[in-house]
Write a protein that binds this ligand. Structure first.
Ligand code: ARG
Length: 610
């Protein structure tokens, strides 16, 4: 409980602020404006030098402006005038002019205290944007029939984090898995199943009755049928032709094949829900390529009527770049709407999906979290959609990412050279985490079930944090041992920080110490509050460029500030005054809330203890 006599409430001007930085920023801007300079030159930022936590470099720009006006003032003088004005505000602590005219800013203790109490009562304060948007995040992108592999891992992990970060800002965000369920792989499945079980009614072209509601295949069957067919087709052109024909007939609506497709999708979705669920990834929409197929004929008619399609060697295309040169292949190649065989292509289904989303959701923005190797595909699709007049270019964004590589620097494969299935990857992480627990003696006195649950959480946190802490475009190397270390910038280090605070809070409850109002005094306390205050900015940056690593960076910094605070400021020790205990405990509580909130945005959850 906060008490009103606390210094938290002494600042009448800052009853609700979005951050300490924004508060200081507003004061500095007002000071420069009052001196006759444009306020934006006075922006306050976090300082990169150790002298003070914040700085304002407006005086240098102001001197430049004054010079243009023919006045002769040096920046230090301007800084001195600005400092005098800023000093009048009680939110300002020490102000100091350095070098040619930098203003080093230390906030008043009362401002730190006020903000700390605000964060304590609402860990999300300062996160919401003024104008929330409707945003679709297209991620996951697993394919029906083919088991999920590590290539889908990054999309799922990054996409989930991006979705949650945008949601934390108050946007209305819809996550769509956009399954790959409409290509040659379907033809492979159908042709292979025809050979295996020719008597199924789905293959009888004359069959008029209802089809069985029970699927004739399981997920294991699908995982077996697809590689079998695709391998045969590689060396046998006749076999490939069977798959092509089956695909074409499916796409042109052959009844039995459509019924089979439904089964394949249902069986796959059930399996994918388990796979993604284990990864802590949830989708609002389980749509895919197949479900927009009915929109394609009208879409194509519309595009033709708009006069933007062309015939090109039997194919139907949209030119999306005046400078495209088919000879040198310079520029952006055309969108392929229909192949010369009449088949629908990857461009086509993505365009039809844009039509569907416009009609069903009318989003302000669509973010595609897909492998960077598909960058050209999205450039073509986006240009097509803009040319069609459906979207503005800035409503469509491809958030590409690099690959997770093996130690050889190539996209990660199993020892046998195959794609690693997601469940096997999770198994590797679980084992690495278990080894880690074992060797460090953590949880040695817990029962097997709890230890196993802890290992699962550590393995997942290790994997996700290792993935998310990289700038999304960079490739990184899969190194389970390094990922699961308890020291350094790792998932387990952060879980450890969370668990440590939880144990302090438990201990406090046991000995009857309650959290009270925060009153910031010690340097390490101030540092911690300043770290916590940067949360909203980290979220904003992470959201603006779809880069969760900025949030990872922030959380890591908070955990480190907490460590220093904990080392320097005993919380429950004998001899600590009661109000100091209550304040420090509350600060620990506020830190925990933010760490848990931030980790949750990254899709990471901590155990109760370890
Ligand atoms: N299924 C595709 C693949 O495995 C990814 C889908 C990405 N999303 C999209 N709208 N194209 O490569």
């Amino acid at each position: 409980m906060l008490t009103a006599n606390d210094s938290a409430f002494q600042l009448d001007s800052v009853s609700l602020m979005s951050s300490i930085l924004s508060e200081l920023d507003a004061i500095a801007r007002a000071a420069f404006e009052a001196l006759g300079y444009p306020p934006e030159i006075a922006a306050v930022r976090e300082s990169d030098r150790g002298d003070a936590p914040y700085q304002c470099n407006g005086a240098m720009a102001a001197a430049g402006i004054a010079k243009k006006r023919g006045e002769k003032v040096n920046p230090r003088e301007i800084a001195a005038q600005a400092v005098e004005k800023m000093q009048a505000n009680p939110a300002m602590g020490a102000l100091e002019i350095a070098g040619p005219g930098f203003i080093n800013i230390t906030p008043a203790d009362s401002l730190l205290t006020s903000r700390a109490n605000e964060l304590l009562s609402d860990p999300t304060s300062g996160l919401a944007v003024e104008a929330p948007k409707t945003i679709v995040v297209d991620y996951g992108g697993a394919n029906v029939a083919k088991p999920m592999h590590v290539g889908h891992l990054r999309s799922a992990v990054l996409g989930e984090a991006i979705k949650r970060i945008l949601r934390a800002q108050g946007h209305d965000v819809i996550g769509d898995v956009h399954m790959g369920d409409w290509g040659l792989q379907m033809g492979h499945l159908i042709s292979e199943l025809t050979e295996e079980q020719p008597d199924l009614p789905y293959f009888d072209a004359d069959y008029q009755g209802d089809y069985p509601s029970e699927s004739p295949v399981s997920m294991d069957d699908l995982a077996r049928l697809y590689p079998a067919a695709s391998n045969k087709a590689k060396s046998d052109t006749d076999r490939m032709e069977l798959s092509r024909v089956a695909t074409a007939q499916l796409q042109s609506g052959r009844r039995g094949y459509r019924a089979l497709l439904e089964h394949f999708i249902d069986v796959s979705v059930a399996a994918l829900k388990v796979g993604y669920g284990n990864l802590g990834v949830e989708f609002d929409l389980w749509k895919g390529e197949a479900c927009v197929d009915p929109l394609i004929p009208d879409m194509i008619e519309g595009l033709k009527a708009a006069g933007i399609t062309e015939e090109d060697e039997g194919a139907l295309i949209i030119n999306v770049d005046d400078k495209w040169d088919p000879e040198t292949r310079k520029g952006t190649p055309p969108v392929m709407l229909l192949a010369s065989s009449g088949a629908v292509l990857y461009h086509t289904t993505d365009l039809a999906t844009l039509v569907d989303r416009k009609a069903e959701i009318d989003p302000d923005l669509i973010v595609y979290v897909v492998d960077q190797r598909q960058a050209l595909h999205f450039e073509q699709v986006f240009r097509g959609a803009v040319k069609a007049g459906w979207y503005e270019r800035d409503q469509l964004f491809h958030a590409g990412f690099g690959t997770m590589n093996g130690k050889d620097g190539k996209p990660f494969k199993t020892r046998e050279g195959g794609v690693l299935r997601l469940e096997d990857l999770m198994g590797i992480m679980y084992d690495a985490a278990s080894d880690r627990l074992e060797s460090s003696g953590i949880g040695a006195d817990f029962d097997a079930e709890e230890r196993s649950e802890i290992a699962r959480k550590i393995g997942l946190a290790a994997l996700k944090f290792a993935d998310l802490q990289n700038q999304r475009m960079t490739n990184y190397i899969f190194d389970p041992e390094r990922f699961t270390a308890f020291e350094g910038k790792t998932g387990p280090y952060l879980l450890y920080a969370v668990v440590r605070i939880k144990s302090i809070l438990r201990k406090a409850a046991e000995i009857g110490v309650a959290a009270g109002a925060i009153n910031v005094q010690d340097d390490a306390e101030k540092q911690l509050v300043i770290s916590l205050d940067a949360y909203g900015r980290a979220i904003e940056l992470a959201a603006d460029k779809y880069v969760p690593h900025v949030l990872c960076e922030h959380i890591y910094r908070v955990a480190q500030s907490f460590s220093r605070f904990y080392a320097g400021c005993p919380i429950l020790a004998d001899g600590v005054a009661d109000d100091v205990k209550a304040s420090r405990l509350a600060l620990a509580q506020a830190t925990l809330s933010q760490l848990e909130h931030g980790l949750n945005l990254l899709g990471i959850s901590a155990p109760e203890r370890m």
